[in-house]
Design a protein around this ligand. Structure first.
Ligand code: CIR
Length: 264
């Protein structure tokens, strides 16, 4: 067992744009406050940097209201990066904006290209042994098949799973805590997709805590979920709570705010 699924030398983030007010959302719970989001974003970047990683901070892209959610634009693996084709039409151009950034850091960059292929990084959970991809409103069978062909060249196996109905992305409801442990909502775990892994459940009523990130020695989790936080602390994880009130209005959490990788 290695720990390459959570040890990273680099992260890429993108500053939220003023157009964030027009970002996509399943349910309108209010307009995100840009200044508050910028403050949370700064805390997030500081936490990533505290592990010794290099954080590449990209400038805001006003043409793409959701572009702060960089995770959806690419899958970063130790062997190379794959540029996604987001299923949300307003987000397709974000992937093209990210490609040159990855090409500057990685020697191998491939792209999802099929006109019928759609896939977003938020639906992809990479563990030590496999890549789980949730079929969702944003990620279809063609996108998953194309990704599977690309990463097979690098020795990776894709397993298709399902994002629960009404949930934006697979990782909205789960995250990797270490090489063998996953934090998940009970509703997602009930689908049986995590057999063979150790699973810690979010506390009842705290499902929105499921989207965390393990980044080197720390776990970043959204603030405001005390029972899940206490369970993770009791399990021995070194937690950093980051304000997420503004991203949550746009269905965003910890994982979507960065691409995390060690370039090769
Ligand atoms: C969207 O609907 O695409 C954005 N408002 C939120 C994207 C969140 N991304 C992620 O969880 N990976």
């Amino acid at each position: 067992m290695t720990d390459r699924s959570f040890r990273f030398s680099h992260a890429i983030t993108r500053a939220p744009a003023a157009s964030i007010a027009r970002g996509l959302r399943a349910v309108d719970t209010g307009t995100p406050d840009l200044a508050r989001m910028q403050a949370h974003h700064a805390d997030y970047i500081a936490a990533l940097r505290s592990t010794g990683a290099t954080v590449v901070e990209l400038g805001p892209l006003d043409a793409y209201p959701d572009s702060v959610f960089v995770e959806d634009t690419a899958l970063c693996l130790p062997e190379g990066a794959v540029v996604m084709r987001p299923g949300a039409p307003s987000r397709l151009g974000e992937a093209a904006e990210m490609a040159p950034q990855l090409e500057a850091l990685y020697s191998r960059v491939r792209r999802i290209e099929g006109a019928a292929s759609f896939i977003e990084g938020g639906d992809i959970l990479t563990t030590e042994t496999e890549i789980l991809v949730g079929r969702s409103a944003r990620t279809n069978a063609e996108g998953i098949a194309e990704l599977a062909r690309i990463v097979a060249d690098w020795g990776h196996t894709v397993r298709e799973v399902h994002t629960p109905p009404g949930v934006l992305h697979f990782k909205t409801d789960c995250s990797l805590l270490d090489g063998e442990t996953i934090l998940a909502t009970e509703r997602l775990d009930a689908s049986g997709c995590f057999k063979g892994y150790r699973v810690i459940h979010t506390a009842p009523g705290e499902e929105a805590a499921a989207n965390t990130i393990r980044f080197n020695d720390i776990v970043l989790m959204p603030a405001g979920f005390p029972r899940t936080r206490d369970a993770l602390v009791a399990a021995g994880y070194d937690l950093r709570e980051i304000g997420n009130s503004e991203c949550a209005k746009l269905d965003g959490g910890m994982s979507c705010l960065s691409l995390r990788f060690t370039p090769s």
